[in-house]
Design a protein around this ligand. Structure first.
Ligand SMILES: [Zn+2]
Length: 114
């Protein structure tokens, strides 16, 4: 399953980043752009499966925030939200310049007892 390797990867990264504080992580927030094709529910399921293997992670709350797709309009010089794969700004200018929506990243980490 694709999602379990993503979740495993996230916690491997956190372990490397916070070798001292890894055991005190209380909450992890991830951001997944809609173009990354990441389903939050599948990430949650994968996390549940990972906890079965590594019970030490059971105290961690995992949150996945989905980010809308934003493309940049050259005419308006600002971003607009892409809905239903319509890469056209409200002004009528088409754009494929994606500024948000492809990311998959750890956006926030909280710890117990600071
Ligand atoms: Zn525009």
């Amino acid at each position: 399953m694709h999602e379990i390797s993503i979740v495993r990867n996230v916690f491997d990264t956190l372990q490397e980043t916070y070798p001292e504080k890894f055991g005190r992580i209380s909450k992890v927030q991830m951001e997944a752009g809609l173009l990354s094709n990441i389903q939050p529910i599948l990430i949650q399921n994968a996390f549940e499966a990972l906890i079965m293997e590594e019970p030490g992670l059971a105290d961690i709350e995992l949150e996945v925030v989905q980010l809308p797709i934003i493309a940049h309009c050259e005419t308006c010089e600002k971003g607009f939200e892409v809905v239903r794969h319509k890469f056209v700004c409200a002004c009528g200018t088409p754009s494929r310049k994606i500024v948000q929506g492809e990311e998959l990243q750890i956006s926030k980490v909280e710890f117990f007892g600071n």
